[in-house]
Write a protein that binds this ligand. Sequence first.
Ligand code: UFG
Length: 317
Amino acid sequence: MKILVTGGAGFIGSVTTKKLLDKGHEVVVYDSLIKGHRESVDSRAEFVQGCLSDKSLLDKTFKKFGIEAVIHFAGFIEAGESMKEPSKFFKNNVIYGLNLLDVMAKNNVKKIIFSSSAAVYASKDSPLEEEDIKKPANFYGETKLIFEKLLSWYDDIYQIKFVALRYFNAAGACGELVEKHNPETHLIPLVIFTALGKRESIKIFGTDYSTPDGTGIRDYVDVKDLAEAHILALENLRETSNAYNVGTGKGISVKEVVEAVKKISGKDFNVIEAEKREGDPTMLVANSEKIKKELGWEAKVNFEEGLRETFEYFKNS
Ligand code: UFG
């Protein structure tokens, strides 16, 4: 299949691009490089530098490469930042995303896999199922929920079939392809940088959550497993649009992440107990039975394994 991967120079997008190419698909990466890295794009992929705001470039790209399906990763992802600059998130994640759907409709492209998020749900103290209440704790999650609704309408109106993959916290590494945000706000790389002496301390955002150790709980899913979920979703997308959770089902607290990095690195480091970060839900853990049953996907890489791989990459870079 000829697949357009928006945001293919980002963390999950670049790993998915590599795995699609390994499976014999043809990939065109469309990325503005505002957040992505050109060197993360596999040399076998075509690359177009562009923003989704540029409808005419998008249209030309669809026509030039004869695009047959889309995997849409491009978007802003930091939940905390979305509470400070909501309109930036709305523009990028909703309005520019709508351009993509319009260009798909115009070019008769009928398949899209969308990077949705666990952030669409209300926090719950047990694993989340797809039908659970959608009540984002932050504006980022709201933009993902709105886009899922737009996808349903574009399915009704233009018969564009979609799969929304609601992933939980992406983690791990695939060789050189690791999480590299600038500035970095994500827990795992920040704890690793602290262990490596590249930062003075790590702050724990909130220690009085209603969790066993008082810190926030997330479900960390390895990026290689996430990439597989996209490929399975696309290869199996026929007449029915759908939404799936993609997670491991195992909740890990912030304190547990810190302890795991201490163990892997053999280093003790400065941990500061700080205020909660605005827009952070207490707990997000996936029930991924639906994707397991319908697509045969399940997480294969365990948390410590992925953490070790990430740690080794940063230690040697
Ligand atoms: N945290 C800290 N200190 C830090 C950074 C984070 O304590 O310096 C905590 C957060 O409060 C949270 C946990 O670590 O409890 C994970 O935070 P991240 O910033 O690593 O990730 P988020 O859960 O905020 O968000 C990520 C992605 C979103 C995605 C979400 C799905 O950025 O795009 O996972 O759960 F939607």
